[in-house]
Design a protein around this ligand. Structure first.
Ligand code: MIC
Length: 652
């Protein structure tokens, strides 16, 4: 992130929000936050953490909580959690997007994201809003709780990767194929600590609605964010949303400096598909064409934009989905898009062809219903296909564009859409129906202070954070490979996610799909360690992936490398992310004792190493914690850190 001359767009927005730091390579910086978004599944815990800080009202210009994940009300839990969120939001000055209004990423991009803003959100796909030219970053609940209280957002200078887009997409090739191409090239860890900035002549060929899926799935590269310039296409979008007043022109200087550069010639891309069980397991659709599918799913926060739904309707027009396909579903990204496709006649066409229309919510993307049959391909326009995320442990989920999914829904087998002949032309309606009444605006402070927050039976505050001991000891509780997703520590699905507000309840499911004995073993051991390979904790921002193991006694995680958000979640909850090499991983075995005899004093020094005693002898693990991060872990987490420094009650 060097030169000030020839500044990238990322650099410009970061500079405009810089409170502390230099933005130099590897510098620790803090940024002023303009907007905060939360969703229900991460929001309940984040709100309880915000409460700990003891602020009477949020200290950020705009904060919104969207109810979009825990939508299957299978008992009192979600219903009562929603009441907690609604009353809490009103009490503390947070907008509340009611269930049914849509998925946070889509609604935020439609109604609130604006060029040049700095947005943080308690959901890993927050970067979606980068499509309108803002910096949008996902993080863990506790981090977002501090942002709500007005503290700056800390971020080590990201590596800025310029992606030059050239050419124009061919018929049947969509922007989803652009992000799948990036995943094919860079893998699920290729974006760690990077912000991807799209520039070049190909940019203007993509509307904001085509840019959004790319920004959404940048998360699958492990990236910090993605951004497009705010240009005439952005203006067009904001005008469509009746908020052209939010538009400003924002782009990189000519000859901007990028730390890394990539080029994608849009005209050379073909339809791509990510095969089970990783978003980077990408091949051309033609290579897997012909496989019979049991399910096709349209929609979600990635691909619910107008043509994502209108194109499948046009492809399926006059046809019925084959009887061999058990279900074809659509979960629209927002009430607005549902209304828009209804008025445009698209919805009726989809229903007539046999598509099962679900409510605007995350739905099957997070295993909230519509779980597929075991082992049978489910083709989805979503963003993740980690094993079991769909709700069926031995699932076989493929990720692709709406065009490929439409061709597949038509034929019943994975189909390259180019084999369908001429692509139907899609015309955008003049205007969507703008209706913000499903977002409840919080009352003014005097009124808000009288509101009693409803605390349902499943609202259980997390235990207080306590300082790190002088030494740590325990046994190895589990040994894992590369790219373990947070869905392993805290699984998706209606049953488990309903317990997001209750740590004791959710801890029961920790690693349940990998190792049924983990919870019992951890409880018996009392304290212990996780040992894993590369990119540990990829995927979701859910801090429950740290809180649940911590609740069960895990005190530190050894891994070859960590995913960005999960690493931060560990630190902010007072757990040590320790770096190891292959030999340590290979030698690790469940039940083996581990002692960190001098962890406190070593962490309190500049050493960067932590001594580990194992049955095989002495080992020096590494850490890459900044001075502040070390102090946070020593304190036992961010809340304890703030409290010990007399910094509670929110930023001044
Ligand atoms: C996801 O797509 O994995 C989720 C569910 O939206 C998560 C948030 C969560 O776990 O609550 C995310 O991406 O952060």
């Amino acid at each position: 992130m060097k030169s000030k001359k020839g500044r990238s767009l990322v650099r410009k927005i970061l500079e405009a929000h810089l409170i502390d730091g230099t933005l130099d390579q590897d510098a620790e910086n803090s940024f002023r936050v303009d907007q905060v978004l939360l969703q229900d599944a991460t929001g309940t815990m984040a709100f309880m953490e915000f409460e700990e800080i003891g602020t009477s009202r949020v200290k950020v210009p705009l904060a919104i909580v969207y109810v979009d994940h825990n939508m299957l009300q299978i008992d009192y839990r979600n219903a009562e959690d929603h009441l907690f969120l609604q009353t809490f939001a009103a009490r503390y000055g947070i907008h509340y997007s009611r269930p049914g209004n849509g998925i946070c990423h889509q609604v935020h991009t439609e109604r609130y994201a604006r060029p040049g803003a700095f947005l943080v959100g308690s959901d890993s796909h927050t970067p979606t809003s980068g499509a309108v030219g803002c910096i949008a970053i996902g993080s863990g609940g506790i981090d977002i709780a501090t942002a709500l209280a007005g503290y700056a957002f800390d971020l080590k200078s990201p590596i800025i990767c310029g992606v030059r887009l050239e050419g124009k997409l061919q018929p049947w090739v969509q922007s989803k194929d652009v992000i799948l191409e990036l995943l094919r090239r860079l893998t699920v860890k290729g974006g760690v600590n990077r912000i991807f900035e799209f520039h070049g002549p190909g940019v203007e060929t993509l509307s904001v609605m085509e840019r959004a899926p790319i920004c959404n799935m940048i998360t699958e590269l492990g990236a910090t964010s993605a951004i497009f310039p705010s240009d005439e296409r952005t203006r067009e979008w904001l005008r469509w949303q009746k908020r052209e007043h939010d538009w400003i022109s924002l782009r990189a200087d000519s000859a901007a400096h990028y730390d890394e550069q990539l080029t994608i010639d849009l005209s050379t891309l073909e339809p791509l598909i990510a095969c089970p069980h990783s978003p980077d397991n990408v091949v051309p659709v033609r290579e897997v064409a012909g496989r019979a599918v049991a399910q096709v799913c349209f929609g979600s926060s990635v691909n619910s934009w107008f043509s994502d739904l209108a194109l499948p309707a046009a492809v399926l027009r006059g046809h019925r989905v084959p009887a061999t396909v058990q279900s074809v579903t659509l979960n629209p990204g927002s009430r607005q898009i549902l209304d828009t496709i209804d008025r445009a006649g698209v919805l009726l066409e989809l229903i007539e062809s046999g598509v099962r229309v679900l409510e605007p919510a995350c739905g099957p993307c997070v295993g909230m219903g519509s779980a597929p049959p075991e082992g049978m391909p489910s083709v989805r326009t979503f963003n993740r296909n980690f094993k079991g995320r769909s709700g069926t442990w031995n699932d076989a989920v493929y990720l692709c564009s709406p065009a490929t999914a439409a061709a597949t829904a038509l034929t019943g087998v994975i189909t390259d859409p180019r084999t369908l002949g001429k692509m139907p032309k899609i015309t955008l309606p003049d205007q969507p129906t703008i209706d913000d009444r499903f977002v409840i605006v919080p009352p003014p402070l005097e009124e808000a202070e009288k509101i009693r927050v409803f605390r349902g039976r499943n609202i259980v505050s997390p235990p207080p954070q306590s300082p790190l001991g002088l030494a740590l000891s325990g046994e190895v509780l589990i040994v894992l490979g590369d790219n373990v997703s947070t869905g392993s520590m805290s699984p998706d699905g209606a049953e488990v996610m309903a317990d997001r507000s209750n740590l004791e309840a959710i801890a029961k499911y920790c690693f349940m799909k990998e190792d049924r004995d983990f919870v019992r073993r951890a409880k018996l051991a009392g304290t212990g360690f996780i040992v894993a390979g590369d990119n540990y904790g990829q995927g979701s921002s859910r801090e429950h992936a740290v809180l649940a193991p911590k609740y069960l006694g895990v005190v530190a995680v050894f891994a070859k490398s960590f995913a960005r958000i999960h690493r931060r979640n560990l630190i902010y909850q007072g757990l040590l992310p320790l770096l190891i090499d292959d030999d340590f991983l290979k030698a690790a075995a469940i039940g083996k004792p581990i002692l960190l005899p001098t962890v406190h004093s070593e962490l309190d020094s500049e050493k960067g190493r932590i001594t580990v005693q194992t049955a095989n002898g002495r080992y020096e693990s590494r850490h890459d914690l900044s001075t502040r991060e070390r102090a946070i872990v020593l304190s036992g987490g961010i809340l304890s850190y703030l409290s010990r420094r007399g910094l509670m009650h929110g930023a001044a």
